[in-house]
Design a protein. Sequence first.
Length: 311
Amino acid sequence: MPTAIAVTGPDLVLPSPDRHTPSAAVLQSAVQSPRTYSLDQALTEMHTLIEHHGYVIVLCPASARPALVQRMYAIRSVLESDRIAILRPDLPPLGLAVLALQLRQLSICDFSPGVLASAARLLSHYIYAGALLGSVAKLDRVPVTLQSHAKSWMPGTQFAVLATPRPELIKVTGEATLPGPGFGTKMLYAAGQLASGWVTETLAPAWRAQEVAEARLPADSGRWWATGKLVEFAAAIPDISVLYQLVSSVRRDDCHWCGLELIGDRCGFCAAPLPAPPERAAPTPTTAPAPAPAPASASAPAVRALPRGRT
């Protein structure tokens, strides 16, 4: 069975593009209240996923409420399992759903669980996620100028905001558009209380999106963007062969703590950073005296220090 990709809400599960891509596991421990879904039930749910899939990658939004984050870490702590990765990408809700879909596509490839988990950070840099907003007065996820705040109070004013990979904000006027990707993408959009015409008729052609499709608006989008007057959008690489090539082209290392493979500078499962390469040793002078014999106590095996955060 492929590594399980788990999400914290059903609206983060996009339809599978083909019959081979597995669905995501929606964690009921994240959806339901602790009063109605006990810790024992949550532990059973996660243990079942581990038994069926071997490893579980949980996508928990960086914007998730503290109680949800604490529960996810409590489950992993009680199970004492090193087969659960809790990833917290800083993406808007629709962008997070797109990332979950990409990981689901790659889960059926020959990538190890460690590579798949650490690939989430890489793939996030290739997701262009933003929204068309009727107001930026309360927006705090993206830098907003005082002038934009003032303009947002004018009736009919709309703003286009790009959250990732580089924050950008413009007032929607004429042919003005956001900077887009320089590679082929599929654009998804989800309409709230605004018409989607600007996104589909202006932004998508400017970004040369290969395909445009409508999706369900995630429940958390209004809170993330601080307004219900929005059309959220996300453009990303849809082709699994391109995604595979992107991930497989990155150098792989072994985590010095848990032993899993990883790409990048941090393990997705234990969060241990990749050690810096050792500095080149200075040449020893030829006239240096021979080293003295080591005392008997030095022959004892060295104790490896625990990385920070591990006990």
